[in-house]
Design a binder for this molecule. Structure first.
Ligand code: PLP
Length: 471
């Protein structure tokens, strides 16, 4: 029987599959979006090309008229646009390369299996890992659940304590809460006014019974970056596993699992210009981390995550990681330049604003969280309809409680209510930043004119003396 690689190297077969692909599906499947890819790929030693070719605002949905533009997209922490180069790599796996990668007896299985393994290598390359240490999942939510519940349950006979922080993503906090209900003890570390943990607090919190420290790399609301290397050193020295939710970090800032002594790490495809519905969990092999799987079944992914993999999505996260390995520094410079311009203009042109998460050495420039005093963040969001944004205060309609992340930073209730998160990414342009600042100036000024709080401030009343009632 021919080996997998011999078959895949068979150029005749490959050519005929490619012909089939080009003839039958080009028109049907290639959108405005992915047609750009070929142009980009042709010139693409230069990463600038990708960003310049993509205009997120011109795509039309069914309800939009010819001249209408989509809003400026400044919500990169919620999700990122799929890079068209990634889509192009995925498309064949939605059509003729449809095999089950776990089928071991024919070409269809072998070719998708090979693509999955190549993707695994690309994910591993981006974070300095070995490909055997990568387990594919449905996203960072699943990876976080698998890591936290998996380690806790595997070591529960000897260890029942987990350390995390107060500003983790909900899926980490809820996994910890679930374990707490099962009898585990959880320490939720405080953070300082910029969202950074205190390393001495961390070390003091470690007990003989601690199995895991779970601390996110980049916060999704305020962009603060935890001191990963120092956390890793403390964990290794004290022989506890270090898990990090790096959904907002991988592909954005340098992450090396060995340099940082990371034992488990969660990654999300759609936060790094890859597809939604796929993620990865890095699990260290030396020293080995053991997990009790949360999904049982056919034993795929080394028994850690049963279920048939989705090759188009896996190929997508692999392609996204390959681009990030090549272009992360370029992206970082691009995002930093826009972020600096945005903040320079804001501070010069709009008074009474405050940046949340403001340690310059420990913040990711693509996540800018700003409180605009004297106005409700929600009213400002409504006014900025042609800019896609998210409220930093993330009020739930029932409670009108401000964000738990901002509260953990000690941000006062009125300021927490007036916060908005601006997410700058690979495809954001300088024109979009300028447009956003112009709109912000106009609406902040207008809303302040209507604001009783602003009037009180102008009358010299100390707003800190006001007791805010609970809704
Ligand atoms: C820090 C962080 N962790 C986890 C997640 C969940 O990621 P996914 O959508 O891949 O499940 C997100 C996404 O919102 C996030 O920002």
């Amino acid at each position: 029987m021919l080996s997998k690689s011999a078959i895949l190297k068979n150029s005749l077969l490959r050519n005929s599959l490619n012909r089939l692909w080009k003839n039958s599906s080009t028109k049907t499947f290639r959108s405005h979006y992915s047609q750009k890819t070929q142009e980009i790929e042709k010139k693409s030693n230069e990463p600038t090309v990708a960003a310049k070719q993509i205009n997120l605002r011109v795509w039309k949905n069914d309800q939009m008229s010819e001249n209408e533009l989509r809003p400026v997209y400044l919500d990169s922490q919620a999700t990122t646009a799929l890079d068209p180069r990634v889509l192009d790599k995925m498309l064949p796996f939605y059509t003729y390369e449809f095999g089950n990668p776990h089928s071991k007896t024919h070409l269809y299985g072998w070719e998708t299996d090979l693509a999955v393994e190549q993707a695994r290598e690309k994910v591993a390359n981006l974070i300095g890992a070995e490909s055997k240490e990568i387990v594919f999942t449905s996203g960072a939510t699943e990876s976080n659940n698998a890591a936290i519940k998996g380690v806790a349950n595997f070591y529960k006979d000897r260890k029942n304590h987990i350390i995390t922080t107060q500003i983790e993503h909900k899926c980490v906090l809820d996994s910890c809460r679930y374990l707490q209900e099962q009898g585990f003890e959880i320490t939720y570390l405080n953070v300082d006014a910029n969202g950074i943990i205190n390393l001495e607090d961390l070390e003091r919190s470690i007990r003989k019974t601690t199995s895991l420290v779970s601390i996110m790399a980049v916060n999704n609301e305020i962009g603060c970056i935890q001191p990963m290397k120092q956390i890793g050193e403390i964990c290794r020295k004290n022989k506890v596993f270090f898990h990090t939710d790096a959904a907002q970090a991988v592909g954005k800032i340098p992450i090396d699992v060995n340099e940082m002594n990371i034992d488990l790490m969660s990654i999300s495809g759609h936060k790094l210009y890859g597809p939604k519905g796929v993620g990865a969990l890095y699990t260290r092999r030396r020293p080995r981390v053991r997990l009790e799987p949360i999904i049982s079944g056919g034993g795929q992914e080394r028994g850690l995550r049963s279920g048939t993999l989705a090759p188009p999505l896996v190929v997508g996260i692999g392609a996204a990681c390959e681009i990030a390995t090549r272009e992360r520094e370029y992206d970082y410079d691009h995002v930093s330049k826009l972020s600096k311009h945005f903040l320079d203009r804001l501070t010069k042109e709009i008074p009474h604003i405050k940046k949340n998460g403001n340690n310059p050495d420990l913040s990711y420039p693509g996540c800018v969280n700003i409180s605009f005093s004297f106005i409700e963040g929600e009213s400002l969001l409504m006014a900025l309809k042609d800019i896609a944004l998210s409220s930093g205060s993330a009020c739930t309609s029932a409670s009108l409680e401000p964000s738990y992340v901002l509260r953990s930073l000690g941000v006062k209730e009125d300021l927490a209510h007036s916060s908005i998160r601006f997410g700058i990414g690979r495809f954001t342009t300088m024109e979009e930043i300028d447009y956003t600042v112009d709109k912000l100036k106009e609406h902040v000024e207008r809303l302040r004119e209507l604001s009783p709080l602003y009037e009180m401030f102008l009358d010299g009343i100390d707003l800190n003396s006001i007791e805010w009632s609970q809704h």
